[in-house]
Design a protein around this ligand. Structure first.
Ligand SMILES: NC(=O)c1ccc[n+]([C@@H]2O[C@H](COP(=O)([O-])OP(=O)(O)OC[C@H]3O[C@@H](n4cnc5c(N)ncnc54)[C@H](O)[C@@H]3O)[C@@H](O)[C@H]2O)c1
Length: 319
């Protein structure tokens, strides 16, 4: 009985402490600390890279170096970050002080060598195999010899990317965040043949610190998420190109009939049509299975530079 009462009292005290912590600025608190990870770098400041940087700075209070080869992308992302944080302040989800502390934890760079002080590096550049391999080769030269090298690839073999990292291959893993990163709790974790158990363990701890829920998948084309999602999107594009339905009807029936928040064509615009096409090409190329053949219309839209929301035009138009 006494033990039970003590436990209950301790539990109430802990709950009180947690609530007190929640009400205060997180500046001096590392709520989501991960052993051996004091700084992270994110390479690629597009929609995924920015989201990852934001959750690391916000939920794990980690300093982040956000790297992009394009200064314009960095500026655009930092402007967008300010808008996201202001919205949270307006909606009373953050105080102004917390918002400016989160922003101050993120520094930007155009030089990949600036990963050199980070313990965990997450690559989020476009879904182009040679580009990713080039980056992992470079990371094996410029990163700390203990740093974990993670990729956010949607479909490319982690084992292949790890091979490009040479002696660092055992520290390569995939932390495949879902879009939009600040909202979706799921992260797919994929290990390469070379990945060490320690790399996996630290990556799972980081996911927890970022308040994400990991699901593990084998290193196969598309892993779990895109092996299921992309053929669905591709089939919706085939329905459009073969005149089975208008875009409003395709999206309408899936939205109103299956309860998904977005129809498949609107979702493709949101993901990026170049990313969708790249994933379908990996699924088709790596399996040789015709069920994964990318729709011709999807290829033509990417040829036209109609990449979806990020370019202002995809299946729909965006201001
Ligand atoms: N969009 C999604 O819904 C989604 C979801 C999960 C995973 N992913 C994956 O995440 C990765 C990034 O996707 P995204 O949608 O953020 O792409 P994006 O096009 O929005 O951003 C990519 C960024 O990488 C930068 N970049 C290009 N080359 C670079 C280089 N050599 N060095 C540094 N930066 C470079 C670009 O300037 C751009 O800012 C891809 O592998 C994609 O498959 C995307």
């Amino acid at each position: 009985m006494t033990a039970l009462r003590l436990t209950t009292t301790a539990l109430r005290a802990t709950t009180r402490n947690v609530n007190t912590i929640r009400g205060f600025s997180t500046s001096s608190l590392r709520l989501g600390a991960v052993e051996g990870v004091d700084r992270i770098s994110v390479i690629g400041a597009g929609q995924m890279g920015l989201g990852i940087a934001l959750v690391a700075a916000r939920h794990a209070s980690l300093p982040v170096t956000l790297i992009d080869s394009s200064p314009a992308s960095l500026n655009k992302s930092m402007d967008f970050l300010s808008k996201l944080l202001s919205k949270d302040v307006t909606k009373s989800r953050l105080t102004e002080t917390q918002a400016s502390e989160i922003k101050s934890r993120i520094t930007t760079s155009t030089d990949i060598a600036d990963v050199s002080t980070s313990d965990f590096i997450i690559e989020a550049v476009p879904e182009i195999v040679n580009l990713k391999m080039e980056i992992f080769k470079k990371l094996s030269e410029v990163a700390k010899p203990t740093a974990i090298l993670a990729t956010n690839t949607s479909s490319i073999s982690i084992t292949k990317i790890a091979a490009a990292a040479g002696n660092a291959a055992d520290r390569v893993i995939s932390t495949h965040f879902m879009n939009p990163v600040p909202i979706q709790p799921g992260v797919e974790i994929i290990t390469a043949l070379q990945t060490s158990p320690k790399t996996l363990e630290t990556s799972l701890s980081l996911c927890k610190a970022l308040q994400k829920i990991p699901s593990q998948s084998a290193d196969t084309p598309g892993f779990l998420a895109n092996r299921i999602l992309m053929p669905y999107i591709n089939e919706a594009v085939i329905c459009l190109e073969s005149g089975i339905g208008r875009k409003e009807d395709i999206d309408g029936i899936m939205k109103n009939g299956t309860g998904v928040p977005m129809g498949p064509l609107a979702l493709a615009d949101f993901i990026g049509l170049d990313t969708c096409l790249a994933i379908m090409r990996v699924l088709y190329g790596d399996t040789g299975d015709s069920k994964y053949r990318p729709s011709v219309l999807l290829q033509r839209m990417v040829d036209a530079g109609w990449l979806g929301k990020k370019s202002g035009r995809g299946f729909y138009e965006y201001k």
